[in-house]
Ligand binder design. Structure first.
Ligand code: MG
Length: 247
């Protein structure tokens, strides 16, 4: 945003200088920005590989970046480079807190189909512990549209159903802008989220109405940075390769 502000200033300044002057006579250097350089990073080589400035949340080895909701060790099952929801812990959340971010996360619902609708392969990714990006087997399992995979639960309906078969790994790539609040807690701007599900845009700058509620309508409560939370909905959903870039 900083760069855009500088660029806008240049444009306005150039416009003021150029009033009445034909465009051909303008100096193109006036609108060039040289003194603010985007930080140089190294992008991943293959899709899903973390870039050099990412915070690695799970690299296949352990859950050291997570706790349960009481601050104790997260005890979901780690195996073969992934981890799976377990009764041993309820929901788990990252120790580190985040605001605006880019998130990459991979998930898999169980191969063995058990249950229907919201009872089949249900988990969830709570942005800032509050706003659930639904994880669900929505391949061939009807449920309410604003509760299927890739929805913001009970709010945003995905543009398409890009769900893969149960047992197959799937990806979410998320660009999230946290809500902004005044000092006395009023909403200045809602949270907003863009989601790529298996590389397909399913939410395009969706404006989040408020925190996820199972019953009733959501109402924003002011907050600062917060954890990424993963939901234990009683189904053995697995995750792997999780990284976040703070924006
Ligand atoms: Mg869920």
């Amino acid at each position: 945003m900083r760069y855009n502000i500088v660029f806008a200033f240049c444009i306005v300044s150039a416009g003021a200088l150029a009033q009445g002057a034909p465009r051909e006579s303008l100096d193109p250097k006036v609108t060039e920005v040289w003194d603010l350089k985007p930080k140089k990073i190294t992008a991943g080589v293959n899709y899903g590989e973390a870039p050099s400035d990412a915070v690695i949340i799970f690299d296949g080895k352990d859950l050291s970046k997570f706790t349960d909701l009481n601050g104790a060790d997260a005890k979901w099952d780690v195996k073969d480079g992934a981890f799976t929801v377990s009764k041993a812990s309820g929901d788990i959340k990252t120790k580190q807190t985040f605001g605006d971010m880019q998130l990459h996360i991979e998930w898999r619902t169980p191969t063995e189909i058990v249950g229907e609708g919201q009872g089949r392969g249900n988990s969830g990714i709570f942005l800032q512990e509050r706003y659930e990006l639904q994880v669900l087997d929505s391949y061939e399992s009807p449920t309410y549209s604003n509760g299927q995979a890739s929805s913001i639960y009970k709010q945003g309906i995905p543009l398409v159903n890009a769900c893969r078969k149960p047992g197959e790994w799937q990806t979410y790539d998320v660009v999230y802008t946290a809500p902004r609040f005044t000092e006395n807690g009023r909403v200045i701007t809602q949270g907003a989220v863009t989601v790529f599900h298996n590389g397909v845009v399913t939410l395009n700058n969706y404006q989040i109405i408020g925190p996820t509620e199972y019953k009733g309508f959501p109402v924003y409560q002011p907050h600062g940075k917060a954890s990424l939370k993963l939901q234990n909905h009683g189904n053995p959903v697995s995750y792997r390769n999780i990284w976040i870039r703070e924006l």
